[in-house]
Design a binder for this molecule. Sequence first.
Ligand code: HEC
Ligand code: HEC
Ligand code: HEC
Ligand code: HEC
Ligand code: HEC
Ligand code: HEC
Length: 497
Amino acid sequence: MRKKLPTYFYNPVTLTGMYLSLISLGLIVFLTIIELLASETKPYMGIITFIILPFFLIIGILLIIYGIKRERKLEKKGKVRYRLLPVIDLNNPRHRKILTYFIFGALFLIIFSAFGSYKAYEYTDSDQFCGTTCHTVMNPEYTAFKYSPHARVHCVDCHIGSGAQWYIRSKLSGAYQVYAVLFNKYTKPIKTPITNLRPAQATCEQCHWPKVFLSEKLRKITYFLSDEKNTKWSIDLLMKIGGGNFESGQTSGIHWHMNIANEVKYYASDDRRQVIPYVRVKHENGEVTVYRSTDEKFDESKISEANLKKMDCIDCHNRPTHIFHYPNTSIDDLMSIGWVDPDLPYIKSVAVEALDKGYSTKKIGLDSIGITIKTFYEKNYPEIAKKKQDKIERAIYETRRTYERNYFPSMNVSWKVYPNNIGHLYSNGCFRCHDGNHVSDNGKVLSRDCNTCHTILAQKFEKESLRISLGGINYKHPVDIGEAWKDTDCDVCHGPD
Ligand code: HEC
Ligand code: HEC
Ligand code: HEC
Ligand code: HEC
Ligand code: HEC
Ligand code: HEC
């Protein structure tokens, strides 16, 4: 038989290497083709296609090289061994049997690996895979996601989006994530902001288009104070969510920032982008305005184009789906729909306290919530503890459910570690810039006026008459703190301690 390749290829090591690399290469090609034909990107498939299979490919190639080198060494030393392939004699029953086993074995292996890799491929596409494979690591994000307005949007739609460049980037960071999880190198909680997150306009704007946000949005919020009677009050805010289309001339409102006609860039002096002493706006007529904080010290010589961040959706909507709700807001909402009975004395403050104590494990948390609420009523209101036992049980049930969804001791996650930038009450949010202390050279101030971003349409306190005006009323803080709310940032009192 004539050999097509030089003789030193024909040694067992090199041949094994050749088979290994051929199979890996075949699978890589196979998976890449289905990936190209599929309509959506599947980021974590890359773990198989671009990490595991190439690993075997490289091993195969190394085996080939090693086999050849060894064989040539032997050749030089004169120890040439002509290796003959085994002769197969189909008349020999033993040979027939071995050959049959071999063919069936090979067929089985090929079908199995093709099917297996296709299944793996499908699975890595799912939110379930993203959310649960690295179980405890992403459990908080996955849980919050499941109960958010974006529960039907896929992880990949926000985290990767479409296009080849970001696809490859995600493979690389995916590889790092696998490493981090395997070797326990991740931080608890996972650090944000994600510095290599794709600019949001390429992801969010696939579905939302602030250019066409023109109107305003009414938010009616009900609160209960922490007193014995859980005093109820409410506020109506008309959110000025307009962004507007430059061509149609209307470019005011909250989504003004979205670079519709302007470009906003800022410098943050901390990793979490919570302290913003420097903001630069390029208006559509080319004019540039710089706002500097008068109360945050910073070194302006350190600021360069490279460390300025261009403002995008995530600078406000940093928690569009992984929302870890505030204890106050959660309990207020449950009380306003009656699932937690507002007639239970002090229930607001007891439930919030039980919820937010910072337990070391989920189990301890769930148990303690029950005990705290129950013993509070047994000790202080024994009558009510008996008469309203079912209401108390329900309050415990709802508080526990809220705890389950919003607190994750194993990853140290709760509302306290991920500031939400959308408002200004529990974290500084909009007031990072709009605190009334950011001033431009010609004296323009980023306004903190209460009717800049929302019109306060109405406020109603129990026992007081409704105050209402389409032009906006003066805010009244629910408990008397003097004028403090006018110049102290709300999160100084309301934020995590
Ligand atoms: C609606 C868009 C959207 C969807 C859908 C989405 N994410 Fe996120 N995710 C974000 C944004 C925005 C951030 C925060 C980025 C920042 O602060 O830099 C984030 C942050 C994260 C973080 C970092 C930790 C944290 O809490 O900030 C993890 C982990 C994460 N997402 C996992 C997932 C998983 C798993 C899924 C699917 C089950 C998913 N995401 C779906 C938008 C999304
Ligand atoms: C695949 C489409 C899709 C993508 C991508 C997407 N969203 Fe959404 N988003 C939706 C849908 C659908 C809703 C409406 C859900 C509802 O009304 O229940 C929504 C709702 C919202 C809301 C209103 C939530 C509320 O509380 O009413 C905000 C804010 C939002 N998205 C911001 C974002 C941001 C920021 C991003 C990018 C990080 C993003 N979305 C990416 C589809 C998407
Ligand atoms: C300057 C901060 C800021 C930026 C930047 C921003 N938004 Fe918003 N957005 C808001 C606020 C504030 C609201 C109103 C929230 C509320 O209802 O309380 C809002 C509301 C929304 C809503 C809900 C609108 C509705 O009718 O309910 C969507 C969707 C949304 N934003 C998408 C986006 C997208 C997409 C981007 C990026 C292109 C973006 N936003 C950039 C602050 C911002
Ligand atoms: C990074 C700094 C920064 C943050 C954070 C920020 N803004 Fe702004 N905002 C600006 C700048 C700069 C202007 C424009 C001032 C000017 O006209 O030169 C502005 C203007 C506005 C305007 C007036 C637009 C108009 O002309 O009608 C509104 C409304 C507004 N912001 C709402 C918000 C809300 C709501 C948030 C929080 C969700 C927020 N901003 C967060 C920097 C910021
Ligand atoms: C730079 C824009 C901006 C300014 C200025 C501003 N707000 Fe707000 N405010 C917001 C946004 C955005 C939200 C909505 C947050 C959300 O969607 O949860 C909000 C929410 C609120 C809420 C409801 C909070 C909650 O989640 O229960 C109150 C109350 C409020 N603002 C009062 C005020 C008062 C009082 C002032 C004046 C001192 C003021 N705001 C100034 C942007 C602003
Ligand atoms: C000096 C501290 C302090 C400052 C500053 C402050 N608050 Fe408060 N706030 C309180 C106290 C105390 C309560 C009563 C809490 C209770 O009874 O549950 C409260 C209650 C509230 C509530 C009701 C919360 C709930 O869930 O029941 C809202 C809304 C609120 N404040 C808005 C604001 C806004 C908006 C600002 C900033 C413009 C602000 N506060 C600044 C101390 C402060």
